[in-house]
Each structure stands twice: as structure tokens, then as C-alpha cells.
Design a protein around this ligand. Structure first.
Ligand SMILES: [Zn+2]
Length: 267
């Protein structure tokens, strides 16, 4: 049977001689695996289409689990995301979250438009750390693990200071703190952003300027949350961690080798 649908390439693996299997995330049919014959041959008209992050219109035959590409057109290539190392690292992480973090039943049109909005925001040069933290919150919600942020996960109290506890399910008040002594203390800005991300449709994300300390808190909070509830070990996450660590470090001061600092005393 011939299918035709819009989709975004979230994974690509080499297959046989010169072929690729791509996974596309669609707004209408969840995730679909499609064999793209000759995709790795330089002259193939489909080589650019099979690239990660490509948003296209795909037409494919499908009788079993895997489809076979019939024809396709690129709607948006997101070349900017592949060319910059930083943007590529964040986009790869977002794509892998959709691939590994979301089950077939939850991969609906909302996920599709959130991923597309995430790619758009990264391509437009919005702060990737903010974009990706918001996207992690969307993924948590779609996967069924949205944190409680406005009331204590232990007793339901509202309007009191909270700590953030992935193990308890989100906000934890002072009375319930013993449930999770390792609950994180977060600043007011971080709480505001977490609540904003939970309520936000990424298509409406503006440019937000956030201090490094709040960004660090957001990162730790969301990472702990994702690790506890989704427990993914993503290849792209490892690379992204290294990237973020390197980009945060101040450049080392040039230093002369020890021998040059202190010339040896003449005997
Ligand atoms: Zn409580």
C-alpha cells in the first residue's frame, strides 16, 4: 500500500550497500521506518532527504513493518542545524529523545509540532540551553511524567516554598522534606521557568535571557528528573554534556612549562 505523509527524520542507520533506514516522526502516523535505497550514494537524489532533521513530504510503500521510499520532497532541510556543531548537538539530542523517550502510542501530532518548534528555535539562534530544557519538559509531559510544580507532591500544600524532588514527583514542602533529603533547592527564577516550560507550547517560545546560575539549576533539575523517570542513556546526551562542559570553561591561561619559569641555578 502506498502512503504519503509529512515527517521529520529523527534517526538514520546505514543499511546494506549504499542504503539507509530512516525513522520519521509524523503528525499523523507516529514513527515510521523507511528504507531509502541508494541514499548513501553521492549522486542519489534522496541523499539530502535522508539526512537527520530533514522535514519532508514522504511517499512510501509499506506492507510489513518497514516501508520503502517511493518519492519525497524536502519541506525544510534544517541545514543550519547540521552545519553548526553546537546546534547539531542539541538537535541530535532532541531527535533522540523523540526516538527513544517516547513510545509509539504517545508519538502524536503534538510531539511532532514540538520537535519542529524546537528545531525552528535552534535554527533561529535562540538560547539552545533554554530551548532544550523546555523540550525536555515537553517530552516528560508527553511520556506521562510531568512534575507537580504548584503543589507539594507529598501533601498537596500550595503557596509555600518548595524543593524539587524527582523521586517524590516534583515540588516538596518543608513538612514533607524528609521524604527526600536530597531534594534540590532551586531559585525563584528556576521555579518560574520550570512552570513556564510545563505550560508552554514551544511554538510560542520567545527569546528568554536567563542567568548562567539559573540555567545550571534548570539543567540539573531536568537531568535528575529525566534520569529518574525516563532513565534513558542517550549517545547524543554524552556528547552534549561534553560540549556544555567545554563551552562553560574559561579558556586556560597560557603557562610556561615549569623549567622555563625557574631557570636552573648554575652550580
Ligand atoms: Zn508537603
Amino acid at each position: 500500500m502506498l502512503y504519503r505523509m509529512e515527517g521529520i527524520v529523527i534517526r538514520g542507520t546505514d543499511y546494506g550497500e549504499g542504503n539507509k533506514i530512516i525513522t520519521i516522526l509524523t503528525p499523523s502516523h507516529g514513527k515510521q521506518g523507511i528504507v531509502v535505497k541508494g541514499a548513501r550514494k553521492p549522486k542519489s537524489r534522496y541523499s539530502s532527504l535522508a539526512q537527520p532533521f530533514t522535514h519532508g513530504d514522504f511517499s512510501f510503500y509499506k506492507s510489513s513493518q518497514l516501508g520503502t521510499l517511493n518519492s519525497a520532497e524536502i519541506i525544510e532541510s534544517y541545514r543550519a542545524l547540521r552545519e553548526g556543531l553546537e546546534a547539531a548537538a542539541y538537535a541530535a539530542y532532541a531527535a533522540e529523545l523523540c526516538d527513544r523517550g517516547i513510545g509509539e502510542e504517545e508519538a502524536g501530532s503534538f510531539l511532532f509540532y514540538q520537535l519542529k518548534a524546537c528545531f525552528d528555535a535552534l535554527a533561529e539562534g535562540k538560547d539552545p540551553q533554554i530551548v532544550v530544557r523546555a523540550f525536555e519538559m515537553k517530552i516528560s509531559g508527553i511520556a506521562g511524567y510531568a512534575p507537580l510544580l504548584d503543589e507539594c507532591a507529598g501533601c498537596g500544600r500550595t503557596g509555600v516554598p518548595f524543593r524539587f524532588s524527582p523521586a517524590a514527583g516534583g515540588a516538596l514542602c518543608a513538612y514533607c522534606r524528609s521524604k527526600d533529603p536530597s531534594a534540590l533547592e532551586l531559585g525563584e527564577t528556576t521555579w518560574k521557568l520550570l512552570r513556564l516550560f510545563a505550560a508552554l507550547d514551544l511554538r510560542r517560545l520567545g527569546q528568554i535571557n536567563v542567568k548562567e546560575t539559573s540555567k545550571d539549576q534548570l539543567k540539573i533539575a531536568m537531568r535528575n528528573w529525566m534520569d529518574h523517570h525516563l532513565g534513558l542513556r542517550l549517545k547524543s546526551q554524552h556528547f552534549l554534556d561534553q560540549w556544555e562542559r567545554l563551552s562553560q570553561q574559561p579558556a586556560p591561561e597560557p603557562r610556561l612549562p615549569r623549567s622555563a619559569e625557574r631557570p636552573a641555578e648554575p652550580e
